[in-house]
Design a protein around this ligand. Structure first.
Ligand code: MN
Length: 320
């Protein structure tokens, strides 16, 4: 853990122009953290610009401040750059060069792999979400957390704990969520926006994909398959598939869930989710991919049947 919170608070009080960014392909913690910080700084009378490489996902567009995110900005003229939820500043993608222009770089993050890049860091791998660290900074500064800031912090904690399902759902995570409710956020209204806003096409695609459910390794592996023609039929984007793999993972007795997705040119994308016993990053690595212990992926060439045979074989080996 690196903790320059005193210096970070001093910078936030003394300086006036802030450029804030999160990682590419942002999700709830990244967006919630940067917007909470930007809104709080603006309330202090400062200029805070949020510069991202990628658009705000549709289910997060309701977040206060989301409409003010820019995708093109000259970083010169800013006094402080702040990157949130990034293991390293490179994770900000194509906007990194602009974030390198201000004289000071602040890094607020909770990734275990954070290299601590930046002049001042607040990095705590024990924090369930970066939003919790933003909350810590704002509390330390004595900034009033209004309902607009609160909803951003709440969504950061909600999404990075998997709706308080994951083992990182600490007493502190619940405490901060509770504080945000005290400040006026409505948990159902937020959940509805974040989780219950799918299109009819996505749900129909889920029905199709679940029809492919199969098991291997004596029921300890469950897999789903998405064909190219399924994606085309439901005019689906790739992000429609987000979360589908949780269904095979939820089956009793299953230790590893696999999602196969047919890509062009005879390639098959394979995603793994483990309940914890099997390190799927090792399996993915054996096929040229990578990831984390419980979530990993790789891409293989070959027919679908051939790819499945190789993957199921490797998993059976890993489950031994
Ligand atoms: Mn995060």
């Amino acid at each position: 853990m690196k903790n320059d919170i005193v210096e970070i608070c001093r910078l936030f009080r003394e300086k006036d122009r802030f450029l804030i960014a999160c990682h590419e392909n942002p999700e709830g913690d990244a967006i919630g953290s940067e917007l909470a910080l930007a809104l709080a700084l603006r309330k202090m009378g400062k200029t805070a610009t949020v510069l991202n490489a990628d658009p705000v996902p549709g289910n997060l567009a309701f977040l206060p401040g989301a409409g003010s995110v820019v995708f093109d900005e000259d970083g010169s003229g800013y006094e402080v750059a702040v990157v949130v939820d990034c293991g390293s500043p490179e994770r900000t993608g194509r906007v990194e060069a602009e974030l390198r222009k201000p004289p000071v770089l602040v890094n607020i993050d909770h990734h275990r792999t954070n290299g601590g890049c930046g002049d001042y860091c607040l990095i705590d791998p024990e924090a369930a979400a970066t939003g919790m660290l933003v909350y810590k900074v704002l509390s330390e500064m004595g900034v009033e957390i209004d309902v607009d800031v609160a909803v951003n912090i709440y969504v950061a904690v909600l999404t990075d704990t998997g709706s308080f399902h994951y083992t990182n759902s600490s007493p502190e995570a619940f405490h901060i969520a509770g504080e945000m409710i005290r400040r006026g956020i409505d948990p159902w209204a937020v959940a509805e926006q974040v989780y219950e806003t799918q299109s009819l096409d996505r749900l129909r695609l889920l029905g199709r994909v679940l029809g492919s459910l199969e098991t291997a390794a004596g029921g300890r592996v469950a897999a789903i398959t998405t064909m190219k023609k399924d994606l085309a039929e439901f005019s689906a984007r790739k992000d429609f598939l987000e979360g589908f793999i949780n269904y095979p993972r939820s089956v009793i007795g299953v230790e590893v869930a696999v999602a196969f997705r047919e890509e062009g040119e005879g390639a098959v994308r394979v995603s793994f989710r483990s309940k914890g016993r099997v390190d799927v990053s090792g399996v993915a690595q054996a096929f040229g991919g990578g990831g984390h212990r419980n979530a990993a992926g790789c891409t293989l060439r070959g027919s679908l049947a051939d790819v499945k045979r190789r993957i199921f074989g490797a998993l059976e080996e890993a489950l031994r």
